[in-house]
Design a protein around this ligand. Sequence first.
Ligand SMILES: Cc1cc2nc3c(=O)[nH]c(=O)nc-3n(C[C@H](O)[C@H](O)[C@H](O)COP(=O)(O)O)c2cc1C
Length: 176
Amino acid sequence: MEFKDVVVKRRSTRRYTGQKVEREKLESAMKLALLAPSSKNTRSTRLMAVTNLDKVHALAKLRDWGSDLLQGAGAAIVVMGDEEASPMWQTNASIMATVLQLALVNEGLASCWVHVGDYLTLKDVPDSQRSEEYVKSVLNISEGYRVWCVIGIGYADYTPKPLPDYEGPERILFDE
Ligand SMILES: Cc1cc2nc3c(=O)[nH]c(=O)nc-3n(C[C@H](O)[C@H](O)[C@H](O)COP(=O)(O)O)c2cc1C
């Protein structure tokens, strides 16, 4: 696929057909995502593909808003950082998550970022479980790996409306 097509086609997609997501496609996309840059080449980001549908769907409860799309996803990739490896592990993880979403498009798959970071499972309950702890209760994640986001994945059930082409000069500046 042309680079421009990959970039334009990447849209947050929250409904999926239910078609099985092939392990090989996840693996190809993850291998490409590993080529993402990282601060001082610390390579602090770790990826975990989840294909067990019971677990993918359980991840939908990582928050009580904005994560329900995982209930219908065919797979998920958890993006984690080794905080000992780099003080910029969150930035490194975000960059890799973005490259991963583009690589998934290249495999014909749709996806949506579900943020974890410092969120709580219940947004109006300050002493509720942290989303990260919830994810760790569902999956077998090593000590020291911090969970940054979960990418929900599947075959798109609809075509998102295209974004407006160009929003005017306010976001792209030249100083000539
Ligand atoms: C850092 C970040 C966090 C996001 N968190 C969520 C989320 O928790 N749930 C969700 O449904 N979408 C989430 N999104 C997707 C955004 O809502 C989406 O990228 C934005 O609305 C623009 O739409 P587009 O991705 O289709 O261009 C997140 C995106 C980013 C970059």
